[in-house]
Design a protein around this ligand. Structure first.
Ligand code: Q5B
Length: 610
């Protein structure tokens, strides 16, 4: 048997990340002893509706997060235990609510720093309602072979080493979580292991005291002895001594008290636990607690180190008296191993996993992202700019200063072209319809295509082809394009023409040709094409897409990256338009009738259906 938690225990965890981590550890224990999942639900309003993935061995279970306790308990009437994993500011209210829930019989709180007045109120409430409140500051409860509440017991291997997969004969009571693990280990090494272990928490006012748990152990026929690890401060150990002395007890009590070192340290010094702060030589000191327990009949070693011997002695006496039958040990090899994660098995070199994707540009596995091998912060520190990051991530090489200046100008010059163009207009319509920024900007983005902004890649591609296939035959190139492609990408503009030149194009061409040493065979070729097309029609100029495509191709960027420059640059403009419309609280756009030519049939009667 056990106290507090058993095979029927089903828990709700109230809290976020720490609670989920505890649930994962609890599920490991469930797997070890082959019991159903202990944690049935989480309550954590910020993540309500989510499902947390909990592995019970290799089996994946989805545990729902609820916004509050009421729906969690409605959907899981089997829940009888609540574990509080919230910060001190919200833990008291959560514990109160849990205690007041009819089905919940036990509340265990890991929360540290619960105000003493709150702890006292919770304790009173639990007593009034006849419920158990363990903690605050408790690592949890372990009932060997039955149930684990919280992370008590430590890692999976330790659960096996402490024989926690099956009950023994020793109860364990501690304040400290760490010492509860230590005490369970000592019981396994020097005795036959534990029935239940309870860490009551190191606060001045724990929800439940040692005596209450001693009473419970006394009533549990499987518990033959209790190992109590107390500490300086408070009077819970003295109360335990009084309880032991009050009448003959069935269980043996072994006690170790930490804090005798306080005798040689300055008075008033506080130890790790909130409750471990009183006494030097008098009441509350480790020495007086040891004496009281000894006088009451407990076996009290002089130091913690003597605990092994004391446990062994009591175990052998219980064996000799026939109170305990020797445990037939389970072959540890028969206990289940936790299935290793893919990462672990890969580390051992025992499995080959075909990668799902391959990347050649960036790596975030170190302390910070590296772009083509260069740490982002180092690029900043050495004066590189966004244009260099673009070149690294799109072209995988660091541009020269001269090349960076060209890229920078390309992005600057194509960032926006007013509200009338398809992309900006799309975003503006979205913004006016109240659409959020990412969606409104992507409405504008969808306009980027063969006619608007998305001709950069094909301009670079076909002008490069022209250089190669028709170096001295532009009419031949144009004829081939007409036959095989259609309008030459990068040529033509709705409003710009020879008479109304596109200054962006003029500037870029002039900058690249006159202020840099870039070799520009593709741009030169496109300018020759422009001479022919504008002779036919004066708006068939080399447009901004075409100019960008040629220069970027001359810079050596991968062909399929080129449209990315327009997408990147114009995103800046589209975001600007979205912000602008929102700043103005713009109204929903509806086209005026006079902007639409209704080339429809006149109104007429609907014929009868045949
Ligand atoms: N014709 C851009 O056309 C536009 C011809 C051609 C041979 C050509 C057209 C085109 C290629 C795609 C391209 C990028 C659709 C443009 C940009 C960014 C922007 C936008 C902004 C910004 C304009 C009339 C006559 C027809 C056609 C012939 C036209 N283009 N012939 N090669 N490339 N270009 N797009 O004015 O004999 O009458 O039947 O598709 O490079 O998007 O500011 O607005 O920053 O936002 O509507 O600059 O040129 O003329 O299509 O009615 O054609 O010209 O065959 O001949 P239009 P269309 P015909 S830059």
């Amino acid at each position: 048997m056990s106290i507090l938690a058993n095979k029927d225990t089903r828990a709700v965890i109230i809290g976020g990340v720490a609670g989920v981590n505890a649930a994962k550890r609890m599920a490991q224990f469930d797997y070890l002893i082959n019991r159903p999942l202990t944690v049935q639900a989480f309550v954590y309003p910020p993540e309500a509706g989510q499902q947390k993935e909990i592995f019970r061995g290799g089996e994946l279970k989805n545990v729902t997060v609820y916004s509050s306790l009421t729906p969690a308990l409605q959907e899981h009437p089997e829940i009888n235990t609540a574990l509080i994993y919230l910060g001190a500011s919200r833990a008291t209210q959560a514990a109160k609510e849990a205690l007041e829930s009819p089905n919940i019989q036990l509340v265990s709180m890991i929360t540290e720093g619960v105000p003493e007045k709150d702890a006292k109120r919770l304790k009173k409430l639990a007593q009034q309602l006849g419920k158990m409140l363990n903690g605050p500051s408790s690592i949890g409860v372990m009932s060997a072979g039955e149930c684990r509440l919280g992370v008590i017991g430590g890692e999976y291997r330790n659960l096996k080493l402490c024989n926690l997969y099956r009950p023994g004969s020793f109860g364990v009571l501690t304040k400290s979580g760490g010492l509860s693990n230590e005490a369970m280990w000592l019981c396994a090494q020097n005795g036959d292991g534990v029935t239940s272990a309870v860490a009551i928490g190191g606060d001045s006012y724990p929800g439940t005291d040692f005596v209450t748990y001693l009473e419970m152990f006394e009533k549990d026929p499987d518990t033959k002895a209790v190992v109590l690890v107390g500490e300086v401060g408070g009077n819970l150990e003295e109360e335990a001594a009084e309880w032991l002395a009050a009448e003959p007890r069935r269980i043996r009590l072994i006690a170790a008290i930490g804090g005798t070192c306080q005798e040689v340290l300055p008075q008033g010094m506080k130890f790790g636990h909130a409750g471990a702060k009183e006494g030097k030589k008098g009441a509350g000191s480790a020495r007086s607690k040891m004496n009281a327990l000894r006088e009451a009949g407990a076996l009290v070693p002089d130091t913690f180190g003597g605990l092994s011997k004391a446990i062994k002695q009591v175990y052998e006496e219980l064996l000799a008296s026939g109170a305990i039958k020797p445990e037939s040990e389970i072959d540890e090899a028969l206990l289940p191993e936790l299935p290793p994660s893919v990462q672990e098995v890969m580390k051992q070199g025992e499995v080959i996993v075909e990668p799902l994707i391959r990347t050649t540009i960036s790596d975030d596995r170190g302390e910070e992202p590296r772009y083509a091998g260069y740490a982002a912060s180092e690029l900043c520190a050495k004066g590189y700019g966004i244009e260099d990051v673009v070149a690294l991530l799109w072209g995988k090489k660091l541009p020269t200063r001269e090349e960076s200046e060209i890229i920078k100008r390309i992005i600057m010059i194509s960032a926006d072209h007013g509200p009338a163009v398809s992309g900006a207009f799309g975003t503006i319509i979205g913004a006016c319809a109240g659409i959020d920024m990412p969606q409104a900007v992507s409405a504008g983005m969808t306009m980027i295509g063969p006619r608007f902004g998305g001709a950069v890649t094909n301009a670079g591609k076909y002008f490069k082809m022209g250089v190669k296939e028709y170096p001295n035959d532009i009419p031949g190139f144009l004829a081939w394009m007409k036959k095989n492609v259609g309008p030459v990408p990068g040529i033509g503009h709705r409003v710009k023409s020879l008479r109304n030149p596109d200054q962006r194009v003029k500037y870029l061409v002039s900058y690249v040709k006159n202020e840099t040493s870039l070799h520009t065979p593709i741009l030169n070729y496109a300018l020759e094409v422009e001479k022919i097309t504008t002779a036919k029609k004066d708006n068939l100029i080399l447009n901004v897409d075409g100019t960008m495509g040629c220069i970027l191709m001359d810079l050596g960027f991968p062909e399929h990256s080129l449209n990315g420059f327009f997408v990147l640059a114009r995103t800046i403009g589209m975001i600007g338009h979205w912000i602008d419309q929102n700043n103005q609280n713009s109204r929903l756009i509806r086209l005026y009738d006079y902007l639409i030519n209704y080339a429809v049939k006149p109104e007429r009667p609907v014929p009868d259906k045949k």
